[in-house]
Ligand binder design. Structure first.
Ligand code: SAH
Length: 459
């Protein structure tokens, strides 16, 4: 883009727009202009039915060649024919009359151009290279589309109505300070999380001169390890936290996404070696939020699946601290996808059951009779130590000993390994190998699909 290109926003209702040409390019421009409430005139010897059918209050069509009488000073003229000489000739006529020209075939000759737009009305994000490289424009647009959720439209509307309500209140300096503090508060994110009531409380607090110090907490699922599997919301909240409490399952790559000045606290959760007791974690979340900080509780997988996330937010709720919960990809989903084992493939299973193989007093206390159903896939979390007992109990309760079983070690991480065998062979297999936590166990006929569907390199 040349340095001389200046992005500006114009009110399309105040100008006349001409589109010269009646084909596909013209149609796209007409649609864009009509959407912006512009008055449009299309002139071309032949105009596609698709354009003619749009004719009405905003659009007039003339099936002829545009003469020099067509344009006036200040008009916007878009040249969209497929004939360069026609475009050039019309550009000359338009400029002679004092109009501005956009040549769809010759961007170097443009007085103005159309940017790509990410529309979150009232917010509009325009992206342009002035025609230099449309491919880059598209790439950036797609990225912004993905990163700015549709909810920004709601946030924009909320802020707009607030601005209209406060228009004229206080001096412009006071208003400036109010908006700065509002935008630095939790209110915008609360609106995005559909917690308008909490956001409105912040507004009222600021208007009545209170310092807004109320903190909040985010209970965020970090997924099984691969940072690419985070949700957009998880990433946003990770990037704006003041303090984080994380456990062993959160991968270093994900911790690398935290802001540099974010205070980090490891709270353990290695098997039977809880670095910090659960009650104390719950209390620390509350205490930090009460200091007015944004507290991130980052947990492996999904916080509500074998994660005790429920207990943590219960205490936050009792203390009246605003919080949000962000789901994560649970180990069962992450590991099965990355191992090529569709948990409910129709030829093999009608249901899937998630259980924990955590041992208490040396045994896994599981409802074995319910687990041996032939059309059911079993996913066992925390089951490595109990694996021999799990296999022998399943066989003892009637599951065929040839039933396939997979052990997924460090699922979704770069050093993921998938071990397969049968209920009869797996205990011995595991005993002879150095297998590292975390591991997830999948039992059932679907495991046989791993042979053909495994799409990741490695085992
Ligand atoms: N809330 C988590 C589960 C916590 S329990 C979730 O939704 O995934 C911890 C157990 O999850 C581990 O013992 C292991 O069985 C499983 N797990 C978590 N991440 C894993 C991974 N990357 N690979 C294999 N198993 C994993």
């Amino acid at each position: 883009m040349s340095d001389s290109h200046l992005p500006i926003i114009i009110d399309a209702r105040r100008r006349r727009f001409f589109v010269i040409g009646g084909g596909a390019v013209a149609k796209r421009k007409v649609k864009t202009l009509i959407a912006a409430k512009a008055q449009v005139t299309v002139i071309a010897p032949h105009i596609d039915e698709a354009i003619l059918s749009l004719a009405g209050e905003q659009l007039v069509c003339f099936e002829r060649v545009a003469g020099d009488e067509a344009y006036q000073a200040g008009d916007y003229v878009i040249l969209a024919t497929d004939d360069a000489r026609t475009n050039e000739h019309q550009a000359r006529l338009a400029r002679k009359a004092g109009a501005l020209v956009c040549r769809t075939d010759e961007p170097e000759d443009n007085d103005f151009s159309f940017p790509a737009v990410v529309d979150r009305a009232p917010l509009k994000i325009a992206i342009s290279t002035g025609g230099a490289t449309p491919a880059l424009t598209r790439l950036v647009r797609d990225r912004i589309e993905a990163f700015i959720p549709n909810d920004y439209s709601r946030l924009g509307q909320w802020l707009e109505s607030l601005r209209l309500r406060l228009r004229g209140d206080g001096s412009s300096k006071e208003r400036g300070a109010f908006w700065r503090r509002l935008m630095q508060s939790q209110a915008p994110d609360q609106v995005l999380a559909r917690q308008e009531e909490s956001a409105n409380k912040i507004v009222e607090g600021l208007l009545s001169g209170q310092e807004v110090t109320a903190g909040e907490a985010f209970l965020v699922g970090a997924g099984p390890g691969d940072p690419d599997l985070l949700t957009f919301r998880a990433l946003r909240l990770i990037q704006m936290s003041d303090i984080v409490f994380y456990d062993r399952l959160v991968s270093p790559a994900i911790l690398g996404l935290l802001p540099e000045d974010c205070e980090r606290h490891y709270v353990g959760k290695a098997r039977s070696d809880h670095a910090v007791p659960q009650g104390e974690i719950n209390q620390r979340l509350v205490n930090e939020a009460l200091k007015g900080r944004r507290v991130l509780r980052l947990k492996g997988g999904d916080p509500f699946i074998f994660g005790r996330g429920g207990e943590e937010i219960q205490q936050l709720a009792e203390a009246g601290i605003p919080f949000q919960v962000v789901p994560g990809i649970t180990a069962a989903s992450g590991c099965s996808s990355y191992a090529g084992i569709p948990l409910t493939h129709r030829d093999h299973a009608r249901s899937v059951r998630f259980v924990t193989g955590h041992m208490k007093d040396g045994t896994c206390n599981l409802p074995w009779n319910e687990l041996i159903h032939p059309q059911q896939t079993l996913v066992i979390y925390m089951g490595l130590v109990g694996l021999p007992e799990i296999c022998s109990q399943l066989i003892a309760h009637g599951m065929p000993k040839e039933t396939p079983i997979a052990l997924i070690e460090k699922g979704t991480l770069p050093d993921q390994r998938v071990h397969t065998g049968t209920l009869a062979t797996m205990p011995e297999y595991v005993a002879g190998r150095d297998i590292h936590a975390p591991t997830l166990t999948i039992v059932g006929s679907v495991v046989s699909l791993h042979q053909t569907l495994n799409w990741r390199s490695g085992q």
